[in-house]
Design a protein around this ligand. Structure first.
Ligand code: NAD
Length: 266
């Protein structure tokens, strides 16, 4: 049977670690050629690219800072040079710089907004331009697919993390507004909102017994998520199986957004 994403090209930003790494593995396993963007960890991205090629897939690692428009342009040039175009773009890069409001520097605010929100804007803008440039391809019903990596914090307030929560709240309306704008061209834009996924970004939340116990109180399903949970969701959202799914946030969170604090009568 032909693989779900056969003959398609996927670009994943922030693919050298965590969720981006897992999403890249999943999209490659589903048959897509993958472009692995990394910011600073070339070795991890090159190693994953090599593993994918070794397994019979196609992969290219490309360095770019997603908050820099000229580097985004070079990254899309690299996609075109290697694979001709791109069909699936996962805007995943993100970071946290946490502190209480009085201690948060303007630099900490701006750095998080620049990567998490402006970075997704620049990535999605370049994706739309590329989909329009190359026109329809027989590989998918959609002209192109964009997946924004959001968070449960697009709706759950998060004290001590106002920059991060604001960036993800911004992604919610950015994604929906863009989806509305480009849906008539058959470009599908959606988000994945992970709950607590075991990655470097939130290591302190799961790497001790006490922290893990506290974290699990927030997750009705009773386990921390793994990057495969997000990879599986990304494959579905990128494929024609979700062809009628437009402008939706898919929460992959073990029920974190069910407000478990209210389970015992509040
Ligand atoms: P991570 O730290 O492993 O991955 C983040 C990636 O983004 C890294 O590869 C990093 O190099 C890259 N990055 C950072 N700044 C960049 C820039 N300027 N240009 C290009 N790349 C840059 O953490 P993760 O958990 O895998 O996070 C991936 C995404 O998932 C983020 O958007 C994060 O907000 C989101 N998310 C994660 C969780 C979780 O529980 N892990 C929950 C909700 C949302």
């Amino acid at each position: 049977m032909e693989k779900l994403l056969a003959n398609q090209v996927a670009l994943i930003t922030g693919a050298s670690s965590g969720i981006g790494y897992g999403v890249a593995q999943a999209l490659a396993a589903a048959g897509a050629a993958v472009v692995l963007n990394y910011h600073s960890h070339a070795e991890a991205a090159e190693k994953l690219a090599e593993e994918i090629r070794h397994a019979g897939g196609a992969a290219l690692a490309v360095q770019a800072n997603v908050s820099d428009p000229s580097q985004i342009e070079q990254m899309f040039d690299a996609c075109r040079a290697e694979f001709g175009t791109v069909d699936i773009v996962v805007a995943n890069s993100g970071m946290q710089k946490d502190s209480a409001i009085a201690d948060m520097t303007l630099d900490d605010w701006q750095a998080v907004i620049a990567t998490n929100l402006t970075g997704q804007f620049l990535t999605a803008q370049a994706a739309v331009k590329e989909f329009r440039r190359r026109g329809s391809r027989p590989v998918s019903k959609a002209l192109g697919k964009i997946i924004c990596m959001s968070s449960v914090h697009e709706i759950i307030p998060w004290a001590g993390h106002v920059n991060y929560a604001a960036s993800k709240g911004g992604i919610q309306m950015f994604m929906k507004s863009l989806a509305q704008e480009v849906a008539p061209e058959r470009i599908r834009v959606n988000s994945i909102a992970p709950g607590a996924i075991r990655t470097p970004i939130n290591k302190s939340a799961w790497d001790s017994d006490a922290a893990l116990k506290k974290l699990l109180e927030l997750i009705p399903y009773g386990r921390v998520g793994n990057v495969e949970d997000i990879g599986n969701a990304a494959v579905w959202l990128a494929s024609d199986q979700s062809d009628y799914v437009v402008g939706t946030t898919l929460f992959v969170d073990g029920g974190m957004t069910l407000y478990p604090g209210f389970a015992d009568n509040g």
